[in-house]
Design a protein around this ligand. Structure first.
Ligand code: DX5
Ligand code: ZN
Length: 217
């Protein structure tokens, strides 16, 4: 199966955001990945809803929204108002994760749980059947262009196993340090979707970079 590609606009040129979103529209990307940061849950701030309103208007691809913020449930209405397809919340940011997952679904979006590199896959056992997707962070969240954490390959295998023994339908997405080499190994380990920021936007031909990543298997 070809992986779903979700280019992260965190690495786009914000001076030419409309041009970069149009490139994604024309590409083989399935979704567009949107990283929202608050400077509290992660040591960086990206962009907020006033900017994303225009991103949403320009994008023809479904929005894969990744919230790296504390209390993400507070922003369910704002994410919904963007027309988001997927709302990713961090396991580490939600003490009442089961409730948040239900709230996202009730709002009409696909709920996804993101786990940091230090969070074991096993922590998802009791919620895995309730989610559309699990997003495995293969770098510590907060910045684009970081080095891939090797252990993530093993985590994808463990997650594939957990999904199969529980009868869950959850997709597996991976985010951080994805390129042709890590991407191929992640897909082999069981990843369904790959987020790519730096790999896409530092390429001379970003649309071709997306095509290559999508067709690596
Ligand atoms: C990191 C973000 C990622 C980031 C990935 O906190 O969640 O989505 O944009 O960037 P690359 O692909 O450059 O590692
Ligand atoms: Zn992300």
């Amino acid at each position: 199966m070809k992986p779903i590609i979700s280019p992260s606009i965190l690495s786009a040129d914000f001076g030419y955001l409309a041009r970069d979103i149009e490139m994604i529209n024309q590409s083989e990307a399935e979704w567009v990945h949107i990283d929202i940061m608050d400077g509290v849950f992660v040591p960086n701030i990206s962009f907020g809803f006033p900017v994303l309103k225009y991103v949403a208007k320009l994008s023809e691809k479904p929005l894969d929204v990744h919230l790296m913020i504390v209390q993400p449930e507070k922003f369910i209405p704002e994410v919904k108002a963007l027309g988001a397809y997927i709302m990713n919340v961090h396991y580490e940011a939600c003490p009442h994760l089961h409730r948040v997952v239900q709230q996202i679904r009730e709002a009409g979006m696909q709920p996804a749980i993101t786990i940091n590199p230090a969070t074991p896959v096993a922590m998802l056992k009791d919620v895995i059947r309730d989610v559309y997707m699990v997003l495995v962070m293969s770098v510590n969240p907060g910045f684009g262009g970081q080095k891939f954490i090797e252990h993530s390959i093993e985590k994808v295998r463990e997650l594939r196993e957990l999904i199969s023994i529980t009868g869950s339908q959850a997709l597996i997405e991976v985010d951080g340090g994805v390129n042709l080499e890590t991407g191929a190994r992640l897909v082999k380990a069981g990843a369904d979707a790959l987020v790519a920021g730096n790999f896409v936007f530092s390429a001379t031909d970003p649309e071709e970079a997306i095509r290559t990543l999508r067709n690596l298997v």
